[in-house]
Structure formats: structure tokens, C-alpha cells
Design a protein. Sequence first.
Length: 487
Amino acid sequence: MVMTGLECTKVEVEVDATRGQPSLIIIGLPNKAVDEAKERVSSALQNCGVRIKSMRTIVNLAPAEVRKTSSALELAIAVGLLKLYGEITWRTDKTMFFGELSLDGSLKPVKGLLPMVLAAREMGVERIFFPETNQSEISVIEGVKFYPVRHLQQLLAFEQQPIGVLTPQPYTHQPNEEVDIFSQMVGQEQAKRAIQIAAAGQHNLLLIGSPGAGKSMLARAMKSILPPLTKDEAIEVTKLYSIKGLAHQGLITTRPFREPHHTTSSVGIIGGGALLQPGEVSLAHRGILFLDEFPEYDKSVLEALRQPMEDGKIAITRAVGTAEYPAQFMLVAAANPCPCGYQFHDTKACRCSENEVGRYQKKISGPILDRIDLQLKMRSIDPKRFAKHSFDTNQTALARELVAETQKIQLSRQGKTNAFLSYKELKQLKKADDEVWNFLSGAAKKFLLSSRGYLKVLRVALTIADLEGHPKIKKKHAVEALAYRIN
């Protein structure tokens, strides 16, 4: 099986041998890595005591028009040759083989196994042989018999010594971070409130403040208050990590928190490359994409975020093909207010001119800012507050519980969090009365809010109402949501 993005194509390995100059030829549009498989397969067979026939042997990978790029095809090629030689006589119909071979015949882990076995199950495959080192990645998948293989010798002896079938494991999520970042955070009560609102409704958030104000610390605190992934979400996230070869430790059960450096390229953030790999926006799916030093990212990178921020997915089109990946992430961005960083500092003077501040702030375009639900300016902390700070309560646990309860309300009411509600869905919920609509209409005119900005204020107001347990949006909720918007 080969993959283009998350789309899997079944590959049939056909092997035939005729008289002629001894050779092993692989056809069917293989790339360089697949074409080199013939050397690894030949060495693995010989080191397992199988004599290579002195014949002209052709391996055809069908369908011929699909580019073959995966080293996972090597085990299937080896099995095809073993059946040709009569070394394997058991039936292999409704069976798939995945694995990269070492020269000694042992199997190495492969990338993308989870999405491939899920696709195989949909195709009606009943048995799958795969590298034993990949087993934690697919441990919760049911409906198929999985046979973990360490060495090619196990397939040669399969009829006499059957390989044990992998038993599906129940899904269990890992606990969130136990570090109580909230209690360690001195002051910044409004910022703590903002990240709880953002986490509860999965809203995008921009934190602007001087160096040392606690922007990065708050962003990491948000990860610790998010509810764990459900089983379906965990599988969805692990599929993306599997494609990148990052899932060998097992199913990913905690919310992703990705923080790429500001020098990361557009391909690194969005995805692409020769194999159309997912980027950071997809690896942050169902979690947080934290972009520190937000204005320092390349302008093309920031503008490329516009589509996934709005649609929750990213389509990558290159000369080699097209791939679509999910990218439903929360953007948490942190920025200094000016080049020197001290425009909002209470004691340290800002050294930047008005023109320098303007140029720096213009690095973040209007369309990007329009897609960020909450925008908060953070003041510096008075050093005297550190001596008086108390660590008595576990604020992180309380915030986590509140966020989980709020998301549960949203999911039971509308099947999604508030950040992803459409205008039609907002109207159908009837959560705002005429007073709120009129207030927001007047505010939109006064503060020149776009239609998108207007709806984002309404979504944030609904999240605030949910946090406080109100069945409907009150004017005070709309006022608070608007304050985060025009701040």
C-alpha cells in the first residue's frame, strides 16, 4: 500500500520468473528507495537460507500509474518471491504485508502504518503482517487480525509455528501535566481568564507584552488545562504523526502542543515537500500551535495560515500531486509590542520611534489579526508581588475541570466547540436576545469590525456564557468578548 497524504492506494505485488540473464527487476513506477529494495530483499532471503534462483525475475507493483514511494512494500515483495520459490505455501488472499527489511532479514518499523491498516480494514483485509516495533501504534485497532513480525524466518516457519495475534488494547489516555503553572504565575489574572476562555471554546489567542511578562508560560499553561483526546481524536492525530514517523511510542493521547521556531520555512509550517508530508499546522491538529515571536515569522508563512485557521484543513498541491490534511488547531501567538519590547513596561522606557513601532506591528497583517478571536495586551509584573505570592491552591486542576465541563456543554448542545460554529448555527441556537444583537451591531459600526470579527465576538461571548453556566448570552458577556477583540 502507498499513500498520498492520507489517501491510501492498494498495491498488488506480482512476481514472475523466466529464463534469461539472472536478474531481479522491479517495475510499476518505483522511486529510487523502492528500486533499491531488490538489494535488501535479495540479501535478506539469502541470509534466511533461501537460495536466489538464477532466472530473470520481474516484480510488478500494480497499479502501474501510481508512484511507489514506500519502503513498507519490501516485506510484500519478499513474500511474493518466497511463494514463487515454493518456500511459502499457505494462502495469502485477504492478507497484507507491511515492513522494511534489514539485510539480515529482520524487520524495521515503517512510517504511516496506522492510516494504512485502517484503509486495509475498509478494503476487507482480514490479516495484516507488520513489524513488531510498530505494534504500540496500532494497539487499539479492532476488526483485523494483526501478526507482529520480528524476522522473515517467522513467515517461513508460519505453518509450523504460528505467530501470535496481537490482542487489541482498551483506550486509555495519559494524564495531563501535573505542574500547576497557574498557581506559579504571579498576577496576570486577566490573561489567565483569557486562556481559559480560549481553551473552553477552542478560540485563537494573541498575547502581546514585554519580555518576561509571562506570555510563553501562559501558552504552555493552556496545554495543561485542555481535556484529553477521545479515542477517535487520538487515532486521527496519531495518523498524522505516523506519516512523519513520530508514532513509534504508541497512540498519542495528549493534546499536541507544537512550537516551531520563527525561522521555520513555509513547507515546515504548512507541509509539502517531495512526499507531500504534513506540516506543523497538521501536527497541531486537535491541539495548540504556539508561535512565539509572532511578527518575526516570514510574511509568506503567516499569510499561509489564513486558510487552515478558517477551514480547519490544509490542501497541499505540488507537481507530484495533491494531499489534504486536517488542521483544526488553536493558534496561540505571542508578540512583543515593539522592536525593543518595552512599550507596555511600567518602569523600563521604550527606545523605539513611532515609525519603528508602526513597521513592526504591520508585520502582522489585518487578515491574520481578523482571524484571531482574543487579543490581549499584558502589562509587566511589579517585582514586589513575587514576595507576597501564595501557592496554596491548585488553580490548574480547577481550570482544567471548568474547561472540560464547558466543552462538554458545547459538544452535547451542538456537536462542536463554539469556535467552529457557523452564522446559521449561531442563529439557530438562539442564545442571544435582541439587546445583545443590537449592542454588537452598534459596536461593529463604532469599532469597524468585519463580518468575521463580529461573529467571532459572538462566539467568544457564547463561550463566556457557557463558562459561567448561563443558558443565554448576556450583555456583560458580549462586552467582555468585545474588549478582547478591540484590545
